[in-house]
Design a protein around this ligand. Sequence first.
Ligand code: HGA
Length: 609
Amino acid sequence: MCGIVAAVTQRNIINFLLENIKRLEYRGYDSSGLAIINKNNNFSRVRCVGKVNELIEKTKKKKLFGTIGLAHTRWATHGKVSEKNTHPHISSHIAIVHNGIIENSFQLRSLLTKQGYIFYSETDTEVIVHLLHWEQKKTGKSLLEVMRNSLMKLQGNYSMVVMDSHNPSKLIAVCSGCPLIIGLGTKENFIASDQIALLNITKRFIYLKEGDIAIVKRENIKIFNKDNSIIKRKIIKSDVKYESVKKGKYKHYMEKEIYEQPKSIRNTLKNRLKNNTSIYFPELGLKEINIFLHLEHIQIVACGTSYHAAMVSKHWFESIANIPCDVEVASEFSSRKLAVRKKSFFITLSQSGETADTLRALRISKKLGYLGNLTICNMKGSSLVQESDNYLLTKAGVEIGVASTKSFTTQLTVLLMLVAKIVSIKKKENDIEKKIVKILTILPYRIEEILKKNKEIQNIAKKLYNKKNILFLGRGDQYPIAMEGALKLKEISYIHAEAYPSGELKHGPLALIDKNMPIIITAPKNSLLEKTKKNIQEICTRGGLIYIFSDEEINLEKNITLLKVPYVEEIIAPIFYIVPLQLLAYYIALSKGTNIDQPRNLAKSVTVE
Ligand code: HGA
C-alpha cells in the first residue's frame, strides 16, 4: 500500500528520496510526493498525481537541496486521487507522511476546524498533522511528547514519519498497525515502509514494533516502546539481494516470478528435508511438537491468494492427516462472534506478513483459547512473524508483482510439509512423511516441465484476451486452483472471471453458457476425473467454449481445446496445475496490454483493513 521513505543524512537527499520512493512503486499507488527542509529552514514540497517518473521530472526542475526529508507514494483511502490529497501534508512547521487509516478523523477534523485550522485536503492524514501542531502550540512541549499525547486521540492503524522545520536534525517515526523499518547507515539513517526501498543502501534494519516511536538522527536512534521506556530493538541483517529485486531478462516482475517457481520451491525445501526421508523445521521446538500431537482441529485464516492456498491445504489436512480444518477469509473471521472448536490450532498465511486483516485476526485469535498459533510467511521481520507464537518461512524471495505467484506455490509447499510432519507426530510413524518428501523432491522438476508449455498457453491466450467473461471450474483440491486462476485473471487483465466447483454448474451457472462463454477446466487424472468429464459433456451440449488442462486424453468435440500437460503425482497436482493458469492470465494481460505489475486500484501488501 502506501510507500514511505525518509532520511537524515549529510548529503543532498533529493536523489535518494526519488530513487527509493520509485522502488516502492510496485506496492500500488496513485500519486506521490516529497518534502525536505531547505537551507532557510522551511519546507520545500513537490507532489503530483500519476507515476513516480512525473514526480522525478517535476522535482529535478526545482533544483532542491536538503539533508533531511521524506517521500510517499499514496494509495488513497480518504479523499480522491488529487494533488492536494497527496502526501506530505504540512501544518506550519510540521510535515507528515502516513500509511494507514484514522477512523475518527471526521470528529477530529471538526474539533480542529473549530480551533481555526484550515484543511487543504480531504485526507485523514492532514488531521494528524494539525493535531500535532495544535498540541504543541497549546503545551509548548517537544514534538516527541506532543506525539505521545496526540496518538492517544487517534483511532485506527497508522505508521508515519514526521519532521519539524524548527528542529531540522531529526525525524520521528511512529509504528502502529502498519510496518515501518529503520535502515542503518554511517552517519546517516533511513526510514521506509519496506526494506526493498533501502536494499541499495544498507542491509542492516531495525523493524519497529507495534506502539514504537523512534527518534532518528544522523548519529543515533532512540526508540521508545508503547510504555514510553527506551528500548533496544534487534538489528536484523537482511539476506535479500538487491539484484533479486531487478527484472533481469523478463518484461514483467510477474513473468519473472512465475518462471522462478522451481527455484523458490527448491529454496523452500532446502535444509528442511533430512536424509530424503523426513521433514525438519528448525524454527519449531518441542513445545510445538507437543501441540501438534494434541491438536484436533485446525483453523486457517488468510486473504486473497493466501486464502486459496489455505483452501488447498484443507483438502490435505483432512484427506492425508484426518484432521478437520476450517478456512476463513480474515476480514470475515474478525467481523463475527466466533465459536472455537476443541483443541484447535490457529494458522495464518500471508506473503508480506503485514496484511492488516490477517494481523487483526491473529490478535483476536489470541483471546479465544486456541492451543497456539503459527504463521506461514515470506518476510522474516514482518509483524505477523513477530506477533505469532511460531512461524515457518516460505523462501520465495522478494515478490514484486502485485499478483502473487511464487508466494502461492511456496506456501503450498510449506503447508504440505506441515501436513506430513503433523501426520508423523500424531501417528508415531512416518510412512506418509517419507512419501511426501519423495514427491516434494520431484516437484521443482515437474514445474519446470509445465513451464515449457508456455507457447501453447500463449496461443490459447490470444483466443481469449478479448472476452468479457471467463468461467473457471475445478473439483476437489482443483476448486481452489480454479479460484486462484480466476483471481489472477481478474487482477491483471480486468476480465470478469469466476470460479465454481465443477459439480455446482448445474445448480445455476450453466445458465451462463453459450458460444461466447469460455470455460477453463483443470482436470488431472484422478478419481474425480470421470465426474468432471460428465460436467464437460454438459457444457459441450450447450455450446460453451471449453479449454481443458489435463494429463489425460479427453475425447475432443468441436468446441473443446485440450492442453495436454505432463504427468504429475496426485498430491502435488494443485501446486502444478496453478502454473498454467498463472501463465494464461499473464499472456492474456500481455495481449490486452494492461499494466501487469501494477494493476489498477490494487496494491501489494494490503496494510489497511
Ligand atoms: N489514509 C491515507 C493513507 C492511505 C494509505 O495508507 N494507503 O495504504 C490517505 O488516504 O491518504
